[in-house]
Design a protein. Sequence first.
Length: 277
Amino acid sequence: MTETGLIQFRGMPLFQRAKMLAPGTKLNNLQDIACFFYIVQGNYEAVESNGKFRITAKEALLKKCGNYIARFFGSEQSNECEAVAVYLYPDLLQELYKNELPEFLKQSDKIIPPSKIVADDMIEKYMSNLFDYFDNPEIVDEELALHKVKELVMLLLRSEQYESVQQFLSELFSPGVLSFQSVIENNLYSGLSLEELAFVCNKSLSSFKREFNRVYKKSPAKYIKNRKLEKAAQLLNSTVEAISNIAYDCGFQDVTTFSATFHEKYGVAPSKYRATA
């Protein structure tokens, strides 16, 4: 990852611009903050406790961070992915609103998944303005930095996705945590290795395996493989989706691996299974 712009606030990153050579993967551990992650070019995928979320150029993801895995993909025009992140710290938002804390920032006991934001003209203008600040970071004082964060919150609350944004911002102040089983179910088809899934669950690999065996009474590798194959068989029976797409949707990295694993369980290739269904 090449950082092409960073604006800090009291020693913490607040606005960050970076380019990543694609394809690439990065494990992130950012506790107790949220992030507005905007894609300038390329494609981006976040895999976290609520599942897998993908965005492309001129789209953004508003998410609570924690442990998550970021995947970067290029486009037809470039093998780079460029993104801008705005970090939202609960203490900073509470300071912004002080005694006028609105309803959407009051605690909620709900657990809200990331919100996908399609940038409108106002958000596009906001991002263009940030690019100027990345080029001239010396002009961004504390007052201006706070103003730009508040401006972003207001723009998001006036976007077409305002309802999910409002829910998300209220959840940012909630200590709610998904159960171990919920995290597993949300990521069965995300294509994660056991090490990556353990990371998303905020556990070491050994403690993850112990907890998995305790909850499911089976090893994680065996259980997850079986669930992926069962979903693939169901999709082969009920849809006309291309086999390559089914393989990806069920969390397999390539068609060759999928076909061999499917044949091992069902005794026939996916194409033959579909033909005889």
